[in-house]
Design a protein around this ligand. Structure first.
Ligand code: URA
Length: 241
């Protein structure tokens, strides 16, 4: 089992520079199993370690895997320009760990957004070769017609794409709502496909990635959670539940 000094553990979890973490420990801000630890050189088994810092409980995590129910008017960009960034919805130390969104949602799109500091995971999850289905619920300006559903399934030509793009599945939910499943993640893909098919997207929510649904996570808008092993396994499920 990996043993690390307490200052390295705190630093790895995003609580600041090594020097700052040493100061926190020396001040008595950190306790483990109810005991204050003031020696930062203490070697501690990191995996599964639970510690208290300023009265808040933390569990050591080598990497962070987080699901956020993204509200509208937050940007996924690293340097947001018109709205706050999605990282402002997570604890501050996650930014120190270089947590990033896995792919992007538009500033006005709501719903399931994964965030992680694990580069390999971000790369794998974003790879078009994995064919991970993403389920969107679009609110359309004009009523949903059978022609619209047929166009989304048959493929629509976007001006900068060599081949028509098609939805893996598409079904009418009600007069103005459509469920669309995509395996690619092109820029503004749902909105541009709906526009190319003669409608307009008034609102968009991502409801699921792979077999992991927002409903199952039961997160309110702006809420986030750590993903457990079972939820992580659902992400690579090729068929959405
Ligand atoms: N398609 C879009 O048009 N916007 C998103 O945010 C996601 C998919």
């Amino acid at each position: 089992m990996k043993k690390l000094s307490l200052d390295r553990i705190l630093q790895s979890q995003g609580f600041g520079t090594r020097k700052y973490c040493q100061e926190l420990i020396a001040e008595g801000a950190v306790s483990i199993a109810g005991e204050v630890v003031t020696d930062y050189r203490s070697k501690i088994a990191a995996d599964g370690l639970q510690f208290t810092l300023f009265d808040a409980e933390w569990t050591y995590r080598e990497h962070l895997y987080v699901a956020l129910n993204k509200p509208a008017n937050f940007e996924c960009s690293r340097k947001p320009s018109h709205h706050p960034g999605v990282l402002t919805l997570l604890p501050e130390q996650f930014s120190w760990r270089d947590v990033q969104p896995v792919g992007r949602l538009d500033h006005d799109t709501t719903g399931l957004l994964l965030m992680s500091d694990d580069g390999a995971f971000i790369h794998a999850q974003s790879s078009p070769r994995r064919h991970i289905p993403k389920i969107y619920v679009a609110t359309t300006h004009a009523p949903v017609t059978t022609e619209l559903v047929a166009a989304m399934l048959g493929g629509v030509k976007l001006h900068d794409e060599p081949e028509p793009l098609r939805a893996v599945s598409c079904r009418k939910i009600d007069e103005h709502q459509l469920e669309i499943v995509l395996e690619q993640g092109k820029y503004h893909q749902v909105k541009r496909m709906l526009a190319a098919a003669g409608n307009h997207c008034d609102a968009l929510q991502r409801a699921a990635i792979g077999g992991l649904t927002l409903d199952a996570l039961a997160l309110k808008e702006g809420e986030w959670c750590y993903l457990n092993a079972a939820q992580m396994a659902l992400l690579s499920a090729s068929e959405a539940a």
